[in-house]
Write a protein that binds this ligand. Sequence first.
Ligand code: BGC
Ligand code: ZN
Length: 378
Amino acid sequence: MLAIGMYKGKPGAHKLDLPKPEITKPDEVLIKVKQAGVDGTDFNMIKHNLQDPAEGQDKIVMGHEMVGVVEAVGNDVKTIAVGDTVVLTVRRGCGICQPCLHNQSDMCMTGLYTERGIHKKDGFFTEYIVDQEQYAIKVPNDVADMAVFTEPLSIAEKGVEQIRLIQSRMPWACEHPNHSFDSQDWGKCKTALVVGAGPLGILATALLRLADVFTYVVDIVQEDSPKVHLVKHMGANYIDGRGKSAKELVDFCCTPTDNLDIVFEASGAAVTAVELINYMSRSSIYVMTGIPRQEIRTELDAAQLVRQIVRNNQVVVGSVNSNRSHFEMALKHIPQIEKRFSGMLKEMITHRFGLADHDRIFDLSDTSRLKTVIDITG
Ligand code: BGC
Ligand code: ZN
């Protein structure tokens, strides 16, 4: 069967021909992959030649976003049946730490986890996958069409969850008690700045707007770009960040009396990401999700940074990966996003390819892409 992967010491994406996997344990499921999503991590793996196969292997199958249909199940599988549409989580826990032992490998404390398609475990750019039942999540019928967005949306879900969990320290964030961060209507009377209008920034914006957060999105593309169309379609405001300093970005969205409650960093632009900390509002939260890959140095006034974080009760929190609960949240939100911002997920898919198109998928000179989906028909 066809797959796309990376070889140790051989830059670029390569076509692989692999044997079809088989169920060998009673708790396993065999899944025929229907669609796989390509994201910034995949592009960074190619661009920065980051291949990380399992110990003793010379290659890794790429891909960590998928949706597929179950073709066979082991004897002990109870929650999933042949014919079900499913998505798979990405991380496989270390088996040692308490978070991993309690289905929270996204918070692994040893770092000894693996990630399918990224870190020491083969991924999903292939025709068939075998995995354990515990990592497969059944997709409701009304979501199947857009379920390839479940994994990237789950990353945004975890980020928003962190914001709500941490800011529930402050029930009186605004004058309405039923608008506190842990209430149903938490987003009303809150303002957010999303940095980066790539797939993650757009999906985070969708969740914030679904909760009625007043949202600004900054990127470095011109107003007539498809990204900006999507931002506006969700009722968010676009800030063209080209040539603007971090201070100018924040001045654009928030006056001193207009609190910036949330910053959601989804660009990985390290210098801006750090500089923005200086312009956080009092008692606000900043969640970082973008992962910079190169060394980037900058100068900053360390004393000022520490002083203002302390004096203003600010929280800067990193958020990586996601667990089953975030996938479940994403599956619940996909139809809501589709309903409220009709057609937006479909509009996000700018490029579609097959598994045989590995060269075109990773054409790094094409900057027009937002979401790339691989349709796997074979
Ligand atoms: C994936 C996460 C993963 C992270 C770091 C992201 O692209 O969506 O699941 O944890 O990369 O490897
Ligand atoms: Zn762990």
